[in-house]
Design a protein around this ligand. Structure first.
Ligand code: ADP
Length: 588
C-alpha cells in the first residue's frame, strides 16, 4: 500500500485544523514581516538614494527632512518585520508542540487497537521509531512551509512584480532566472534521490557487517577469520565511499551551477540597468532597489535544494507511520455490537473453523461445550491448537466459520470491551509494565484500592516475596518484568486475575519447570483463583490436571478424547502416549 504526499499533508492538516486560527496568525505575520523587510523597504531605500543623488553635495533643509523621513519609514518597516517574525515564532512555540502531541496520540491510539497478529509481526522498536518519525516529519514540513516556502513565494512574487514595474526587460529576465533556478533544483533533487537511497542502503550494509563481525568475534578468533572479515569490511566500505563521494560531487556541481547563475543574473541586471540609466529610464535608486531585492531572493533560492531535500525525507518518514494508520484494525466491534450479558458463564464452541493464514485449518469443525463453573484442561501435543482456542475465545483473532457462544451470545456480536472484561487470562509468560508492583497488580482492576491489591497479592501467594523486597510494593519491575523469576511473575499475573475477578478464567501454564516450592505456591494460588469460575487451562502439570473436572485431549485441532485423568489413562490413546513419554513431568 503506498501513501501519497497528499495523504501526508491531509493528516497533518487534520491535526492542525483545531488550531487553524493560530496557524493563520503565523502565516499572516510571516507574510507581513517578509513583505515589509524585503519588498517594501527596498522601495524606500530607492527613494532615499534618489533624493540623495538629486540633492548633490549641498542638500537643503527640505531634502534632509525627507531623507530622515525615509529613514524613519525604513526603520518602522524593519520593526514590523522583526515583530512579524517574533509573533510567528512564539505562535509556533504554542502550536507545533500541541499538534505533535496530538499526532503521537493518534498514532499511539491507533497502534494499541491493532490486532494480536499485528504485534506478533512487528518489532516494537521499529514501531516506536515510526511514531517519532511521524512527529518529527510534521515539525520539519511545517517549518519548511512556514519559514522557507512561504517567504520564498512572497519574495518571488514581490521581486518579480517590483522589477516589472521598473523595467519589463529586467522583469522577464528575473522571472526566467527564478523559474530556471527552481526547476533545475526540483529536477536535481529528484534525480539525486536514487543515489541517496543507494547510499543509505550501503550505509546499513556497512553497519550490518560491523555488528555481525563484532557479535561473532569469538567465531572469528577461533577460525582466524580476521583477513576475511577485513576484506569484506574494506570492500563494502569502498562501495560506500564511492557512492558517497558521487553524491557529494553532485552537490558541488549543483552549487557551482547555482553560484554561476546567481552571479550571471547580477551582472546582467547591472548591465541592463546601466543601459536603461543611460537612456534615462532608471535612476541610481533603482540600482539600490534591485540589489536589495536580489540579495533577499538569492538567499532564499540558495537554500531551496536543502528545503526540497528536507521535504522528501520528511514525507518518506511520515509515510511509514501513515501506512499503519491506514491499515484497518483486523478485530473490532461490529456495528451496533451489544454488551455481553453474563449469567453463568457457559461457553460453547460450535463447528468452529479457524486458520491463521488461510492455508491450513488449525481448527476444523471444532466443537466443545463447557458448563458453567466447569474446569477443563486442554492437553495435547505441541501445535495441536490449545493456545489458538484461548486466542479465539478472547477474539485476538476472528474465526472464519462457526460460532463461539458465551451464555448463548455470539461473541462476534458483542463488544470487545465487555467480552474481555468477562475473561481473565494468566499467560504462560506474563509481561509486566515497567511500573511499580502495586500498579502492575492493580492493572487487573484499575479502581482497586491498595488494600484490595495487597489482599489479592496475599491470595496469589506473592505478598511474601513482595514484602521482602526493599521497596515492597513500590518496587519497579524492569521492562517486561525481567527482574522477577518465572514463578514470581506468574503469581503476580495470578494476583492480577484474582483482582479482576472475571467469571471466566483462562490459564496458560508455564512449560518451564519450577522448583517444588514455587510449584506448590502456584498451585495454592490457582486453587484460590479458580473458585466459582468457568476455567480453561492449557495444562502441563499433573498437579493442575488432577484439580480439573474434565480433560480435553486435542490433536491437530480436533478433540480426540475427553475424560478424567484416570479414565484417560485406562484407555490406550493420545493421552496415555503423552503420559508415557513424559511420565511424571507431565505434558508438552
Ligand atoms: P499449542 O498451543 O497446542 O501448542 P497453538 O495453538 O499455539 O498450539 O498452534 C497451533 C498451530 O498454529 C501451530 O502449527 C502454530 O505454528 C500455528 N500458529 C500459532 N500461532 C500462530 C500465529 N500467530 N500465526 C500463524 N500461525 C500460528
Amino acid at each position: 500500500m503506498s501513501v501519497t504526499n497528499t495523504r501526508v499533508l491531509r493528516l497533518f492538516w487534520q491535526h492542525t485544523y483545531p488550531y487553524r486560527f493560530v496557524e493563520g496568525g503565523i502565516l499572516f505575520s510571516i507574510a507581513v514581516g517578509e513583505t515589509a523587510a524585503n519588498i517594501v523597504a527596498p522601495w524606500f531605500f530607492k527613494k532615499f538614494f534618489d533624493t540623495l543623488t538629486q540633492a548633490g553635495g549641498n542638500p537643503s533643509e527640505a531634502v534632509l527632512m525627507s531623507l530622515f523621513h525615509f529613514l524613519i519609514i525604513i526603520a518602522s518597516l524593519k520593526a514590523i518585520s522583526w515583530l512579524g517574525w517574533r509573533i510567528s515564532g512564539f505562535l509556533t512555540c504554542f502550536l507545533q508542540p500541541r499538534v505533535m502531541v496530538d499526532l503521537s496520540y493518534t498514532a499511539f491510539e491507533n497502534l494499541l487497537f491493532h490486532s494480536h497478529q499485528f504485534f506478533t509481526n512487528s518489532f516494537s522498536g521499529a514501531l516506536v521509531k515510526r511514531v517519532s518519525r511521524l512527529v518529527r516529519a510534521f515539525e520539519t514540513i511545517m517549518d519548511k512551509i512556514q519559514f522557507d516556502i512561504l517567504p520564498l513565494l512572497i519574495v518571488t512574487i514581490g521581486t518579480v512584480t517590483t522589477i516589472f514595474l521598473r523595467s519589463t526587460t529586467l522583469g522577464w529576465a528575473v522571472l526566467a532566472y527564478i523559474a530556471l533556478y527552481l526547476g533545475a533544483n526540483l529536477w536535481y533533487v529528484q534525480m539525486r534521490m536514487r543515489f541517496v537511497v543507494q547510499r543509505a542502503a550501503k550505509d546499513s550494509e556497512v553497519t550490518g557487517i560491523l555488528a555481525d563481525a563484532l557479535s561473532n568475534s569469538h567465531t572469528i578468533q577461533q577460525f582466524n577469520g580476521y583477513r576475511q572479515e577485513f576484506r569484506l569490511f574494506r570492500k563494502v566500505s569502498e562501495e560506500w565511499r564511492s557512492i558517497t563521494a558521487l553524491t557529494w560531487r553532485m552537490n558541488e556541481w549543483n552549487m557551482a551551477i547555482q553560484a554561476a547563475l546567481t552571479t550571471s543574473i547580477e551582472i546582467v541586471i547591472i548591465y541592463v540597468s546601466l543601459r536603461h540609466w543611460q537612456q534615462g529610464l532608471l535612476t541610481i535608486g533603482d540600482f539600490v532597489l534591485f540589489q536589495g531585492l536580489l540579495i533577499a531572493i538569492n538567499g532564499k533560492l540558495w537554500n531551496f535544494s536543502k528545503v526540497l531535500k528536507g521535504f522528501y525525507e520528511a514525507f518518506a518518514d511520515a509515510q511509514e507511520m501513515i501506512e499503519i494508520l491506514d491499515t484497518p484494525h483486523e478485530v473490532k466491534d461490529k456495528r451496533r455490537a451489544k454488551n455481553l450479558q453474563l449469567k453463568k458463564a457457559k461457553i460453547s464452541f460450535q463447528n468452529v473453523t479457524f486458520s491463521y493464514h488461510h492455508l491450513k485449518h488449525i481448527l476444523d469443525q471444532f466443537n466443545l461445550e463447557i458448563r458453567p463453573h466447569e474446569k477443563i484442561a486442554l492437553v495435547g501435543p505441541s501445535g495441536a491448537g490449545k493456545s489458538t482456542i484461548t486466542k479465539i475465545l478472547f477474539r485476538f483473532f476472528d474465526i472464519q466459520e462457526g460460532k463461539i457462544l458465551i451464555d448463548g451470545q455470539d461473541i462476534s456480536a458483542i463488544t470487545l470491551e465487555s467480552l474481555r472484561n468477562a475473561i481473565a487470562l494468566v499467560p504462560q509468560e506474563p509481561s509486566l509494565f515497567h511500573r511499580s508492583l502495586m500498579n502492575n497488580i492493580r492493572y487487573g482492576r484499575l479502581e482497586a484500592t491498595d488494600e484490595e491489591v495487597i489482599d489479592a497479592a496475599k491470595r496469589a501467594r506473592c505478598h511474601e516475596f513482595i514484602s521482602s523486597l526493599p521497596l515492597g510494593y513500590d518496587t519497579f519491575v524492569g521492562e517486561r518484568g525481567v527482574k522477577l523469576s518465572g514463578g514470581e511473575r506468574q503469581r503476580v499475573a495470578i494476583a492480577r486475575a484474582i483482582l479482576k475477578n472475571a467469571p471466566i478464567l483462562v490459564l496458560d501454564e508455564a512449560t518451564s519447570s519450577l522448583d517444588s516450592a514455587s510449584e506448590y505456591l502456584i498451585q495454592e494460588a490457582l486453587h484460590e483463583l479458580m473458585k466459582q469460575k468457568t476455567v480453561i487451562v492449557i495444562a502441563h502439570r499433573l498437579s493442575t490436571i488432577m484439580q480439573m473436572d474434565r480433560i480435553i485431549v486435542l490433536q491437530e485441532g480436533k478433540v480426540v478424547d475427553t475424560g478424567t485423568h484416570k479414565e484417560l489413562l485406562a484407555r490406550t490413546g493420545v493421552y496415555k502416549t503423552l503420559w508415557d513419554i513424559q511420565a511424571g513431568g507431565f505434558l508438552p
